[in-house]
Ligand binder design. Structure first.
Ligand SMILES: CC(C)(COP(=O)(O)OP(=O)(O)OC[C@H]1O[C@@H](n2cnc3c(N)ncnc32)[C@H](O)[C@@H]1OP(=O)(O)O)[C@@H](O)C(=O)NCCC(=O)NCCS
Length: 428
């Protein structure tokens, strides 16, 4: 017997059989249930989409209760251990791990697209000296739409692939330019002899040396952080990417919107907020007082809690290990002791335990980035670079999905009923 849900409408006595497929009912099946004679059909009310599947996806699986994260079926722990960011990006985008020759071709293709149009330098000059790099990042990604007007052909698969390559390759260059702009240093061209993350470090930190040589431990740590951030299914920024892309806007426009969504402190701005919080706490001895304030409703413990994970975020565990390796090279970040104490107290405290609030990916990533020499303003940008592959994979999947249409949520209208315009002089 097929799985169905039987709904009885107590007002009319009518019953309805709704098919359950893949563990869901289709919201449109509720339309047959009318709440009144003029009603067009029953809807669900789901602010913040807490219980609504907006798509079927084959990219990322999360089990929030058990702390499991899989990209295309592969556990995040194995990818972080054995893969590289570019290989993982290929997996996320195309569904399978590449063969040796596929990977070589993919890395070569990405590498060939790392240069930015020279006009971008002039564009960068227009930003204030202290402009937030995330603002520069998303504006410059939007600008690329004007440089590549052919990107509008979003229904053309080959064309989508070209824009995907360009975006994955160019986001590190844009990010590095944004950083160099903020500190008043000349922009550095990509060095195609280096790895994806090695070249990124080169574009950020190269000074007068003829050849920049990234520290292999830091280069690998950044690669691991990029793997961990590559995708996370239907989060706020990915939903923005899909929502904007659903109007057939070009991928640069859509990705600029996704980056804007990522910039908020509850999403990609969280690691920046964690560092500010740790600095504000200032010392291990102030931790109990800070926890008390949070429990009293005054602020949040940034880097804790997650809409989906109700156990330890598996990425946080990997990051904590990576942090130890980075600190061996850079020296220990003095804020680490405050973070460890916060985690220790929070994991024992009933307020956090009962609400299932555990450290998320952002709790330790900021400490690593800071130890590597990044200013806090760069943290959300460091999230956006790898997430670009996830956004694009989700966008491409949506473009292939016959079920998808332009996104258009419904509302429950709570405003005034129809009324007549009152001339200005008659208003009291
Ligand atoms: C991530 C986050 C937005 C998820 O929020 P959510 O699923 O909407 O959960 P809610 O905001 O409904 O929180 C549920 C309860 O836990 C509390 N809570 C959630 N996160 C908290 C935090 N970081 N510190 C203190 N309390 C927190 C809420 O106050 C609420 O308590 P209540 O039931 O007494 O009102 C939220 O946990 C948060 O703000 N965390 C800090 C920011 C952060 O690290 N973001 C990065 C995510 S990767």
């Amino acid at each position: 017997m097929a799985d169905t849900l039987t709904i009885t409408d107590n007002r009319t006595g009518k019953t309805y059989e709704l098919p359950i497929e893949l563990g869901v009912i289709r919201a449109m099946d509720l339309r047959q249930i009318k709440t009144g004679p003029d009603d067009f059909g029953l809807m669900t009310y789901d602010p913040a989409f807490q219980n609504t599947a907006a798509c079927r996806s084959q990219i990322t699986f999360i089990d929030g209760d058990q702390g499991i994260l899989l990209y295309r079926g592969y556990p995040i722990e194995q990818l972080a251990e054995q893969s590289t960011y570019l290989e993982t990006a290929y997996l996320i985008l195309f569904g399978e791990l590449p063969t040796k020759s596929e990977l070589d071709a993919w890395v070569r293709d990405v590498t060939l697209h790392t240069m930015l149009h020279e006009n971008i330098k002039t564009f960068m000059q227009g930003f204030q000296y202290d402009a937030h790099p995330m603002g520069i990042f998303l504006s410059t990604v939007g600008l690329l739409a004007t440089i590549y007007p052919g990107a509008k052909k979003v229904l053309d698969e080959e064309n989508r692939r070209l824009q995907i390559l360009r975006l994955i390759a160019k986001v590190p260059s844009i990010s590095a330019y944004a950083y160099r702009h903020s500190i008043g240093r000349p922009y550095i061209y990509p060095d195609n002899d280096l790895s994806f993350t090695g070249n990124f470090l080169n574009m950020l930190f190269k000074m007068t040396e003829l050849k920049y040589r990234p520290h292999p431990v830091l280069e690998r740590a950044l690669d691991i952080l990029f793997i961990l951030h590559a995708d996370h299914e239907q989060n706020c920024s990915t939903s923005a990417m899909r929502g904007i892309g659903s109007s057939q806007a070009d991928p640069y426009m859509s990705l600029a919107g996704a980056a804007a969504a990522l910039s908020g402190p509850l999403h990609g701005g969280a690691n920046e907020a964690v560092l500010r919080m740790l600095k504000e706490i200032g010392s291990v001895k102030h931790v109990p007082e800070f926890i008390k304030r949070v429990k009293g409703g005054d602020g949040r413990l940034m880097g804790f809690g997650h809409r989906v994970y109700k156990s330890y975020d598996p990425r946080a565990r990997i990051i904590k290990r990576t942090a130890d390796q980075v600190f061996e090279v850079t020296g220990r970040n003095p804020l680490l002791d405050i973070a460890l104490e916060l985690e220790r107290i929070a994991l024992e405290d009933d307020y956090f335990v009962s609400r299932k609030l555990y450290p998320n990916v952002d709790f330790y990533s900021g400490l690593i980035y800071q130890a590597m020499g990044f200013p806090v303003e760069m943290f959300p940008v460091l999230f956006a670079i790898p997430r670009t592959s996830g956004w694009l994979a989700q966008w491409d999947e949506m473009m292939r999905d016959a079920d998808q249409k332009i996104a258009r949520p419904r509302q429950i209208y709570m405003g005034s009923p129809r009324r007549d315009y009152v001339p200005r002089e008659q208003r009291s």
